[in-house]
Design a protein around this ligand. Sequence first.
Ligand SMILES: CC(C)(COP(=O)(O)OP(=O)(O)OC[C@H]1O[C@@H](n2cnc3c(N)ncnc32)[C@H](O)[C@@H]1OP(=O)(O)O)[C@@H](O)C(=O)NCCC(=O)NCCS
Length: 364
Amino acid sequence: MPKGLAGVSVTDTRISKSASDGSLVYRGYPIAELAANAGFEETAYLVLKGKLPTKTELGAFTKGLRSRLDVDRKVFDIMRDLGKEAHPIDVIRTSASALGSIDQEESVEGKEMSLEAKMSVLAANCLRVPRGEDPRRPKEELGFSDNLLQMLTTRKADEYERWVFERVLIFYMEHDMNASSFTVRVVASTLADPYAAAAAGLASLKGPLHGGANEEAMKMFLEVKDPAKAQEFLQSAFKQGRKVMGFGHRVYKQFDPRARLCKEYLREMLKKRRGDDSLYRLCDGIEKGMWEAKKIPPNLDYYAAPIFYLLGIDVPLYTPIFAASRVFGWMAHYNEQVEENKLIRPDAIYVGPAGLKYEPIESR
Ligand SMILES: CC(C)(COP(=O)(O)OP(=O)(O)OC[C@H]1O[C@@H](n2cnc3c(N)ncnc32)[C@H](O)[C@@H]1OP(=O)(O)O)[C@@H](O)C(=O)NCCC(=O)NCCS
């Protein structure tokens, strides 16, 4: 049995496909094609519905999201009660569960849109509200990506930076049978509602082998700081047998196309600032050292992290941003699963003992 189901296909899907040669398509469109041309809502519509929207369809979809941005005060009260020590993903997961009992949406599509719209507000507030600060509210007139960015940071991003942030969100939106999407499909296959499925997806996303890697990569950059220390850092990590966060992938063995694009954006962002480019040199140095020593390429998390850092976003919010975007992919998987449903209930090879005789507790 392949460990971690590596190489095992668990379903047919029409949503997206990543491959070891470094290709990624959403509904048939190469990721670079979408990054160069599409906006966030347009891509979300594509991922969810399977085709690019017309202007009218896009308008209705955007309006549907905007009209569901308002998060009930009760959810913020729950967030506050969790307290400042709570992990941001635990805060969002608990809030997503709470939405399931508070939301008044009737249709499945309404529930999904509510989650998609509100997850961005939860992500932006999962650190500040438990600390006792007031929630930051979305602005109805802004697009999804600009709205999320303005709630995440008080720093004013320029046009290029806003464009880059939107690209990173597009990259985080969907990635075929990743751990959290598979989790969502398992829950969907029991016919539980989208809130339950999203809460389960969030639980999967918390681990550093999946969603938590962008934060860990940034902590590493902040720890090493000096590009001249990149090799020394790697040698010490190898000696301790530690995994280097932001490297490796179950599918991409040559390169991750999203990381390649993000690396270009990072370089351009720093070039436009005409200042210190040591962060880029550090990332590049660790990347080269890792490739030389282990032939392991960086993944999206590795280059998304320094972009978020330059945008002035607090490090604990990096995984919540991932969640705010990935929820659209999760809902596409939820729908695909339910449309052709069969309860996901695999088998396991039993390798434990058999035929044991019960021994009373007194004589054990
Ligand atoms: C993503 C990840 C879980 C994929 O793992 P996987 O397909 O199960 O592959 P494995 O973890 O078994 O790794 C295969 C080999 O490469 C090594 N490897 C993989 N990622 C590594 C990393 N980030 N640092 C150091 N070594 C790594 C493993 O130690 C293993 O070596 P071995 O065969 O000598 O034991 C893994 O690469 C990882 O833990 N990366 C760091 C976390 C991360 O960035 N996650 C975000 C993913 S998008």
